[in-house]
Design a protein around this ligand. Structure first.
Ligand SMILES: [Zn+2]
Length: 311
């Protein structure tokens, strides 16, 4: 298949938008809402440009601490209720003590909030117009009054989605980015295809801690951790591009040498890349995600070490 073949080519590592596994990078970028018209499209190596709007991003970080105790418009009318447990979603997107959550403290389950769930469902519904695959996506943001909303982005193409960071207002905080992974019949009709290497590598530049992918009924989450952030920090600002390429290449190599079909190889590569780089990996459906144990399978226990069995 043509797109299978295309994958063998080394994609331009500086393409700044997320791709689905195996879809070739487009020769020209789709109309990118996050690029100024004057910017030469792809030739310039500035991968941070699309995923992170520097000015917007800085304000976000400062605004984060504000949220923990904002209970919405009715807060004042309510008695100080018993401490509300922090949801798994909040733990991951807000982090703890100003840092991303540590791998050890990662929640086992995450329920996506309503607006994010619905935004992703709508994105999926529009991902196969006339039988052609077309990625869709958007951003889940928090407004200054504590309310949240989904900002749908412009339609992508068969294998990429240009993230609509330009739609985010300065007073809004991006909590999560989401996009779809559709595969048309001609492309194998796959569903449940999780992240691409580039999707995972983009965490290096992103301000938000969590990204989700919808592929058919399959829903997937990937999130940064304290350990991942420390790795990025240790490489320094100048090392970010190299780390981005390294993560993408790590996934690509596992994928290329993996066994099974596209979905199986992408799943195994996502699992192992997440483990290697300390990223949280979640999978589920209907708005509910469960943490995937990414640790490599343990060798079978040595028979000699097993306690003797009574017969
Ligand atoms: Zn993707």
């Amino acid at each position: 298949m043509a797109f299978e073949h295309e994958l063998q080519k080394k994609p331009n590592p500086f393409l700044p938008w997320p791709l689905s596994p195996l879809h070739p990078a487009p020769a020209e970028p789709p109309a990118m809402s996050c690029q100024t018209p004057a910017t030469p499209a792809i030739s310039a190596p500035q991968p941070a440009m699309c995923p992170v709007d520097g000015a917007v991003a800085t304000e976000r970080a400062a605004a984060m601490s504000h949220w923990a105790d904002a209970a919405g418009a009715h807060a004042a009318e309510k008695k100080p209720a018993a401490q509300k447990p922090v949801s798994g979603f909040d733990q991951v997107v807000n982090g703890q003590n100003g840092a991303s959550i540590s791998t050890a403290d990662a929640p086992a389950e995450i329920a996506l909030p309503r607006h994010l769930r619905r935004g992703m469902q709508r994105a999926w519904r529009h991902s196969m117009p006339h039988g052609r695959s077309q990625e869709q996506g958007g951003l889940y943001v928090r407004n200054s009054d504590g309310s949240t909303q989904w900002l749908p982005g412009a339609s992508g193409d068969s294998g990429s989605f240009a993230v609509n960071y330009d739609d985010v207002k300065p007073e809004q905080t991006v909590l999560a980015m989401g996009h779809t992974h559709p595969y048309s019949k001609q492309e194998g009709g796959y569903r449940d295809v999780p992240f691409s290497g580039r999707d995972l590598a983009l965490h290096v530049y992103e301000q938000q801690r969590m990204n989700v992918v919808q592929s058919g009924k399959g829903l997937f989450g990937s999130a940064r951790t304290k350990e991942f952030d420390e790795l990025v920090k240790a490489r320094g600002e100048d090392g970010k591009d190299a780390l981005f390429e390294e993560i993408e290449a790590y996934w690509d190599d596992l994928y290329t040498n993996g066994k099974g079909n596209l979905r199986e190889k992408a799943e195994a590569a996502t699992r192992a890349t997440s483990e290697h780089y300390h990223l949280l990996y979640y999978a589920g459906k209907k708005g509910k995600l469960n943490k995937v144990d990414t640790s490599p399978p343990k060798p079978p226990a040595n028979q000699h070490d097993a306690p003797p069995q009574a017969h």
